[in-house]
Design a protein around this ligand. Structure first.
Ligand code: WT7
Length: 687
């Protein structure tokens, strides 16, 4: 996972530490000293292959997505989305308005329509006579399994909704969820949706501080957690982080609902209530109330360019429309016959849109797996595919590259012939990994959909349609029907020239777009709708066209890193580093990494008088893991005496990235003090 590598230390106490400026402000946040991000230092991804994979006519014939969708969307965009909304969603009150963009960039979709999202994901399938269809094949980390039909899911969601009601949760109240990948996580999300109580799922790897700040920002009243979780066969604590996060007078949390998962001993307070005590005794019937289409469904925090995560707000009708539509046309989902598996964790948007809302709205049968790909053995995923006859697999490039490293002989031991569609999400997939995935997992027959989207977009935006698009390895290719994108140059002008690097923007509102940043409308406008004016949604990604007009995504142009498909902010990690008493100043960059896409590389200046020892680097890495999450743990920490800055005091990250990428990071070849300083000095003289 890229979190446990040897580290490199450069410079050191020997030369004596230069006086480092104190960059901490009163609030403990470091100042942002950076250059204006541009596309100039992005990779140009020139590894095109000459291969192209046209659709198989037999696939096209049965495909959910058809070429006509493009024409329909082009002819009448709003009419197109209204059709999708009525095809994929059941409305308790039909809508008469489609898009209202008069208060741009604040959109409403289907605003006078009413629906209940949980009813759409659960009850309506039971009402349609599909109650006995399996909704979830749960494969627990300990080899424990559960088969949950739609009828059973309905009973569980109703009980949980009744339990939350008993805890005082009402429409509009926020509920935090901090759970492992167990059925209760999905049930909790749906119970919240049923009540119109927006959930805020916090990834189970995040720290107590991260939970506390997310709870505070959303003012959540209840948090749902578990006594523990399994990590590669061993129980690990989970509730302890919540205990810490809700301690103190100022926490808005009134109740902590605790699922028993590992049976570990846990601390207990009067806020705590066991799931099995409260939920199991509830009635398994609950009348879902219709909500307005724009009723908030959830808040999901994601990293931005500053240290403070953004609470991305999604609402009900438009979000459900686009997640269900894309899950159908991009994954070619046939709910009656497919066995679908999205390997994402519910702590991320992919888990929200393509494990919970999209597939359940479509009445799919899916696998939910709690464990890791390599426990108890490196063929675990392929064993699961064989066991359940998985037909659609949606996963991340990092996972594919990791499996590549483990060797093709591992998947070869399993029968993967049930697979018919493969998906990729979260970061650019390099053609080499794409071709490996197609050959070794997809048996040279399955189309691969490389899907570009973001927490903010809510659902897939750019992707081939299987059965329609001729596939180009490494490229996400075109906006899907209903979506419009352009690439702009530095001056903000759209261009179509091949191989020229620019900025990806979305040019029209879409149903599952974020409705804002929780509690911060100005930040919403500034972040997404100002860089190129209010006409364009600025995605933060660099992109280019190839000679065939396919879009290639080139990575983030802002200070956001993508490590194993997880989004991390340089500022957040810098902030965690300077909160350590030994650190005066820190700069963090994402350096290219063969497996994880990017890796976190930190450059740190120690405070004057701080003792540097062999364990300093390790201590700083652990400090970041504790402050944020193990996924944010720097792969390398370089202790330096200076950071390259422009005369106006901005850190020249581009040079640090050169330093970080210029060596094999992680092996023991240490960078010498002089070489780093040479880079740094060279950079300073360029100012
Ligand atoms: C960022 C969004 C999409 C859900 C999971 C991540 C990068 C995402 C692709 C892709 C190239 C991709 C972008 C984007 N990204 N998918 N198929 N090809 N890059 O959501 O955490 O909000 O991150 O992930 O840089 O901006 P997220």
């Amino acid at each position: 996972t890229g979190t446990d590598h040897p580290t490199t230390t450069v410079s050191g106490a020997a030369g004596g530490l230069a006086r480092a400026p104190d960059v901490r402000l009163a609030g403990g946040q470091p100042t942002r000293l950076e250059e204006e991000p541009t596309v100039s230092d992005l990779s140009d991804r020139s590894d095109h292959t000459a291969q192209e994979f046209p659709p198989d006519p037999a696939f096209t014939e049965q495909a959910v997505g058809q070429a006509e969708l493009f024409d329909q969307a082009d002819a009448d965009l709003e009419g197109f989305w209204a059709d999708q909304a009525r095809t994929y969603v059941s409305w308790s009150k039909d809508f008469t308005q489609v898009l209202d963009w008069s208060d741009a960039p604040f959109a409403t979709w289907f605003a006078d329509g009413e629906l209940n999202v949980a009813h759409n994901c659960v009850d309506r399938h039971v009402e349609a006579g599909n109650g006995e269809r399996v909704a979830i094949h749960f494969e627990g980390a300990e080899g424990d399994t559960q088969t949950i039909t739609y009828a059973e899911l309905q009973r569980r969601v109703c009980q949980a909704a009744n339990a939350l009601t008993e805890l005082g949760v009402a429409k509009g109240d926020r509920v935090a969820i901090y759970l492992p990948m167990i059925p209760e996580a999905i049930v909790s999300m749906l119970a919240c949706a049923r009540l119109g109580a927006p959930h805020s799922v916090v990834f189970g790897g995040f720290s107590a501080d991260a939970i506390r700040s997310r709870i505070a920002d959303a003012e959540a009243r209840v948090v749902i957690t578990a006594d523990g979780q399994y990590r590669k066969g061993k129980p690990a604590p989970l509730k302890a982080a919540v205990d810490q996060a809700v301690s103190g007078e100022d926490s808005p949390i009134e109740h902590v609902l605790v699922v028993r998962r590992t049976g570990a001993d846990v601390e207990w307070s009067d806020k705590d209530v066991w799931w099995h005590d409260l939920v199991d005794r509830q009635s398994d019937r609950h009348e879902a109330q219709p909500m307005a289409a724009e009723h908030p469904l959830y808040i999901l925090y994601t990293s931005g360019t500053t240290g403070k995560p953004k609470g991305i707000l999604h609402t009900s009708g438009g979000y459900l429309t686009q997640t269900a539509y894309t899950n159908a046309v991009v994954h070619d989902l046939h709910p009656e016959t497919d066995v679908y598996w999205c390997t994402a964790d519910i702590g991320w948007v992919t888990g929200h849109s393509y494990l919970v809302y999209g597939p359940l709205a479509n009445g799919a049968t899916q696998v939910v797996y709690e464990g890791t790909p390599d426990y108890p053995h490196q063929g675990r995923w392929w064993e699961i595919i064989q066991k359940y006859g998985v037909t659609i697999l949606y996963t991340a490039p990092t996972a594919i590259r990791t499996c590549m490293k483990w060797g093709a002989e591992i998947p070869q031991k399993f029968d993967l012939s049930s697979l018919r569609v493969l998906g990729s999400v979260g970061e650019p997939i390099n053609p080499e990994a794409w071709l490996w995935y197609r050959k070794n997992i997809g048996g040279d027959r399955c189309p691969i959909v490389d899907t570009w989207w973001q927490t903010e977009t809510g659902a897939i935006m750019i992707s081939p349609l299987p059965g329609v698009t001729s596939l180009e390895p490494g490229s996400a290719q075109r906006p899907i029907p209903g979506i419009s994108a352009e690439i702009l140059d530095d001056a903000g002008e759209p261009f179509t020239e091949a191989e020229k690097v620019g900025y990806l923007v979305l040019t029209k509102p879409w149903p599952s777009m974020l409705r804002g940043i929780w509690g911060d409308p100005e930040r919403y406008k500034d972040t997404y709708w100002s860089r190129f004016g209010e006409k364009y949604y600025f995605a933060g990604d660099g992109a280019k066209y190839d000679a065939d007009g396919n879009i290639w995504l080139l990575g983030r142009v802002d200070d956001v890193m993508n490590v194993s498909g997880h989004r991390l902010s340089t500022a957040e990690i810098e902030s965690a580093l300077v909160s350590h008493p030994s650190v005066a100043e820190a700069a963090v960059v994402g350096a290219a990494d063969d497996t994880t896409g990017q890796a976190v590389c930190a450059f740190v200046i120690l405070r004057e008088g701080a003792q540097q020892s062999d364990s300093t680097v390790e201590e700083l890495r652990s400090h970041v893991a504790k402050e944020i999450s193990p996924i944010a743990k720097p792969k390398s920490v370089m202790i330096v005496t200076e950071l390259p800055k422009t005369r106006s005091g901005k850190i020249m990250r581009r040079l640090l990235k050169d330093v970080a990428e210029g060596r094999e990071i992680g092996d023991s070849t240490t960078l010498t003090d002089a070489s780093v300083m040479d880079f740094i000095k060279q950079g300073m003289s360029q100012d």
